[in-house]
Ligand binder design. Sequence first.
Ligand code: SF4
Length: 169
Amino acid sequence: MNQATYDLLTRICDKCGGRCCYYARPPLTEERISILLENGMTLDDVLFREHRMLDCKSTGFCVGFSEGRCRVQSVKPETCSAGPFTFDVRNGKLEIYLKKEGRCDLVTFLKGNPAVYDEQYGLAVEKIRHLVRSLPQEELDSVCRIEEPETEKIAEIPMSEVLSDDRGN
Ligand code: SF4
């Protein structure tokens, strides 16, 4: 993605006020925790539950959300990079979902700009594939129990294909 497009997407996100960072609790792999610790976060920022995730502040916003934006933007968790695409694993398939337009201003922009849509979709699928491959099965199961309302399914990828190679990080 070129810098101008990246800056445009960032501006759209900045204007929204961080709706996707409100009670976001993005899941974390071992690798992502290490990266976040190297980039200013501490273990106090991580919740260790059925799966590992970033905690929220008392305001409800993610511990990574500061002054209206993500303070770990360049190393943020996979599900944050994948937005507004999200996922589930069901019946041996990785299902890719897109948030409904009313939930995220990026969706409206992407739907009006097919080339950027394709680029962000490709990035999202790479990030999600890597996450799905990296999480222990019980943690992946826990992540997949989280409801994702107001989304529409846009693709399915056989898990055999997802597990056969790793093209994202
Ligand atoms: S890590 Fe950053 S992008 Fe992800 S939920 Fe937290 S503040 Fe938002």
